[in-house]
Design a protein around this ligand. Structure first.
Ligand code: PLP
Length: 483
């Protein structure tokens, strides 16, 4: 195929993007964060593009990146009460920050042969990924069924001689509540174990809310025993994607995730994070956006997102068949439905009304919920969102709770998640009506039946089936693509 001219590329890219969720406008209530401040988007994009070819691989080759990263680390440190002597790094996102926190904790205790970490059930899945990558066994402790906050006594009881890390969230993604970091960190410290606070989603919001909400649960380095904190810029700092900050109470605590290799004839590889070559774009863009919005700007944006969350929570309480899963401590809301309807159908009905709200599956005794991340740009539309949510719920009640066909549950339940082969998976897709004429995966417009089926299955089976879906989705374009 011949080379495309610029106009054709622009048209093709626009057409491709036409199928995506909107990143701006405040109607996508997961994945994206919209400040609604046009100038912040403009400067973020401009600087992202200007630095896209720079390389953070070598801080002496691109000192601009080192300076901007150190500035961002300093700003993040001020937000979370980091003490004298703290150290940090910019990573590619929350998951990488968490991976490094777990790696650093494991490698600080080489004498422990079977390392473990104590997590509340609500800790982000990134900790399970870290456990999987680095051989650190997650010890998962139930949260309080009412408040959805971690249970400090149960977490203390779960710490043993093999524990290298204890985790708390500020707030948790699934329910938007802040764990009782004080007693959790104290239990960790008493056992001589590190305590990581995952403030990936709340780190750039909660500190700005403190003046108006002085009773906020303490969760920063001001809490003795907290050894590391992660906070993402590409969430509520409203910067372009690809940047989070991981902070350690001291440079010594960070040391075990720094990496050097001189064991080859090329340059000595010297990294603070998992990436080696890394675009300077996200760091530079974040530096630009954070400095443009400024402390007062973030206070305003955080206040708007917080008021929107509380307004929506009160509206949800007024919608028959819905309730909030937990009183929100930040800017995230989880909504449950009573037995007359299900959150999966409500999610589909909201999508039909132009809103994306994320369905979350049940886990242990925690029911399925609808997740809404509220960013500043949604604040002016809460009345509209609440009205559409009420309508979506009424429509879901009309059809009743989604009941996946019994034979499908039986067929899916008979699968051994450890050994789900191509043939079995193809058979399941056919029974579920998810295969086109050629047997290829064909996802339906309405996801409720699939989500309800997955929700009825144990997590290991959900994982196996969804990995099958992912595997089918990520195959080369049949025609070989346009190039
Ligand atoms: C609390 C929390 N931790 C970790 C993450 C993972 O962040 P990322 O998707 O940037 O890897 C998220 C993402 O939403 C989060 O909310």
């Amino acid at each position: 195929m011949s080379a495309m001219d610029l106009d054709e590329i622009r048209a093709r890219v626009d057409a491709l993007r036409g199928r995506d969720l909107p990143t701006h406008g405040g109607r996508t209530l997961a994945y994206v964060y919209d400040s609604g401040v046009a100038s912040a988007d403009v400067i973020g994009r401009e600087v992202l593009a200007a630095f896209s070819s720079t390389n953070g691989l070598d801080p002496t080759a691109f000192p601009s990146l080192l300076q901007m990263e150190n500035d961002l680390v300093a700003m993040a440190g001020r937000l979370v009460d980091a003490p004298e002597g703290f150290a940090g790094v910019a990573t590619s996102g929350g998951t990488e920050s968490i991976l490094l926190a777990v790696l650093a904790a494991r490698d600080a205790r080489p004498e422990i042969r079977s390392p473990r970490m104590v997590l509340p059930t609500t800790a982000h899945a990134a900790f399970h990924k870290a456990g999987h990558y680095f051989g650190v066994e997650p010890v998962v402790v139930d949260v309080d069924p009412e408040t959805k906050r971690a249970d400090p006594d149960a977490m203390r009881a779960a710490i043993d001689d093999d524990t290298v890390l204890v985790v708390a969230s500020a707030p948790s993604y699934a329910h938007g509540v802040i764990d009782p970091v004080g007693p959790i960190a104290a239990a960790a410290a008493a056992a001589g174990v590190r305590c990581h606070v995952d403030a990936c989603i709340g780190g750039w919001v909660l500190p700005h809310l403190r003046p108006d909400e002085p009773d906020q649960e303490p969760w920063t380095f001001a809490v003795a025993g907290v050894t590391s904190v992660s906070l993402d810029l590409h969430k509520y700092a409203y910067t372009p994607k690809g940047i989070s900050i991981l902070l350690h109470r001291s440079a010594a605590l960070r040391r075990t995730h720094l990496f050097a290799s001189a064991r080859w004839p090329g340059y000595t590889m010297l990294n603070t994070t998992m990436q080696s070559t890394k675009s300077g774009g996200p760091v530079a863009a974040a530096w630009a956006v954070v400095n443009h919005i400024g402390a007062d700007g973030y206070a305003t944006l955080a206040g708007r997102a917080r008021s929107a969350t509380l307004e929506l929570a009160r509206a949800v309480e007024g919608i028959e068949h819905l309730s909030v899963a937990a009183e929100p401590d930040s800017t995230l809301l989880a909504v449950t439905a009573d037995g007359r309807c299900d959150v999966f159908t409500i999610s589909d009905e909201l999508a039909a009304r132009g809103w994306y709200a994320q369905p979350q599956m049940s886990f242990r005794d925690l029911p399925a919920t609808l997740h809404l991340t509220l960013s500043a740009a949604t604040a002016d539309s809460i009345a509209r969102l609440a009205a559409d949510l009420a309508e979506a719920t009424a429509a879901a009640v009309e059809v009743g709770p989604t009941a996946p066909p019994e034979e499908l549950i039986v067929a899916a339940s008979s699968v051994d998640p450890e050994h789900l082969d191509e043939e079995t998976f193809a058979g399941l897709l056919a029974v579920a009506g998810l295969a086109d004429g050629s047997g290829a995966l064909a996802l339906p417009e309405r996801m409720a039946p699939i989500n309800a089926l997955l929700d009825a299955l144990p997590p290991e089976l959900r994982e196996a089936l969804l990995l099958g879906v992912l595997d089918r989705l990520t195959r080369p374009t049949p025609s070989g693509g346009p190039v």
